[in-house]
Design a protein around this ligand. Structure first.
Ligand code: ZN
Length: 202
């Protein structure tokens, strides 16, 4: 039995819920030759046909131009924090907190305007400076964290670009099905930020 036949057999043995789950959450990562098997099962079992549309949307490969268009659309959205500024950027930084022997790092990723993003990052730097040195562990690693921060400043543009690109690719199914509308981009940026900002110190 070939690998593909084995997969076919497996898919046939899955129940409807398993098939739905694969279509909803795993279709992006499937090998190209497995996709028709999945679609066949959806058709055969008369499961919601919109799942097929979703599979194609999730698996959409963006051309360079399409990606650039989407990136500029995201950048032109109004910032969800100040509601005013546009020209959004992707931010990624860490806040290191050390209390006695416990030291932990919190990672942040979000898409906001430069004013709001810089403010958040400065707060994180102050927070790290105020608390990051207390624990012996973070005391040792602190110079590395500082070096990393300097590095991040230098690579700001590249990082911002990468975050927006990953945001688009990670949401391509929803963006595609909503015809790349401003509304869906706004909603997804909001979700992305609240997911990654939840533990942000104010
Ligand atoms: Zn803002």
């Amino acid at each position: 039995m070939t690998d593909l036949e084995k997969i076919k057999d497996d898919y046939r043995s899955f129940d409807n819920e398993q098939i739905k789950k694969i279509a909803k959450y795993e279709s992006r990562g499937l090998k190209q030759n497995v996709v028709p098997i999945l679609i066949e099962e959806i058709v055969k079992r008369k499961i919601n046909p919109s799942l097929i549309e979703w599979i194609h949307a999730e698996r959409r490969v963006l051309s360079k131009v399409e990606l650039e268009v989407l990136k500029s659309k995201v950048k032109k959205l109004a910032c969800i924090l100040c509601k005013k500024s546009r020209d959004l950027r992707g931010y990624h930084f860490e806040t290191k907190t050390g209390i006695m022997v416990n030291s932990y790092t919190t990672e942040y990723r979000f898409i906001v305007c430069k004013g709001c993003g810089d403010q958040k990052r400065n707060k994180s730097t102050v927070h790290s400076l105020a608390l990051g040195w207390i624990s012996p562990v973070s005391f040792i690693s602190y110079p590395f964290l500082l070096a990393k921060k300097v590095n991040i400043y230098l690579k700001e543009e590249i990082i911002s670009d990468r975050i927006i690109e990953n945001f688009i690719k990670g949401n391509i199914g929803k963006i595609t099905l909503a015809n790349e509308s401003t509304e869906i981009l706004k909603k997804l940026v909001k979700d992305y930020n609240s997911l990654h900002m939840s533990s942000m110190t104010n």
